[in-house]
Design a binder for this molecule. Sequence first.
Ligand code: ZN
Length: 151
Amino acid sequence: MSDFRELYQEIILDHSKSPRNFRPLVGATFDAEGFNPLCGDQVHVWLALDGDKVKDASFLGTGCAISKASASMMTQAVKGRSKKDTEALFTAFHRLVTGEAARAGDDPEALGKLAVFAGVSEFPVRVKCASLAWHTLKAALEGAKTPVSTE
Ligand code: ZN
């Protein structure tokens, strides 16, 4: 477990310091904004779909390391996925950070690197930080017109 914790801290630090796909997306087909008033995290997520496939994803945002790292890794994870696949990933990630996956015995390997966020489930306040970008992504895909709030 201590190796896991080290890996978790390393990955969160890396992605929060140099977030990937940290830019607005020209030619985006979907976008949405999200807020986590509890922590002050803000995120704007852009998606470019080509037919049913996510061709590109990006984000901009301010907030804590966990919210940034989660958004950064999410934009990497959804590229190349179908809309249905992206929604399935959202569900799997949500189950992971809420601890539901561990209770149900889901295979964490299915989430790849995102599995490091399992540690967040021990800190209820942080669950919203980790899932903010994902809720925003889902809202973007659903064509939400108003910003998402975790409250
Ligand atoms: Zn936060």
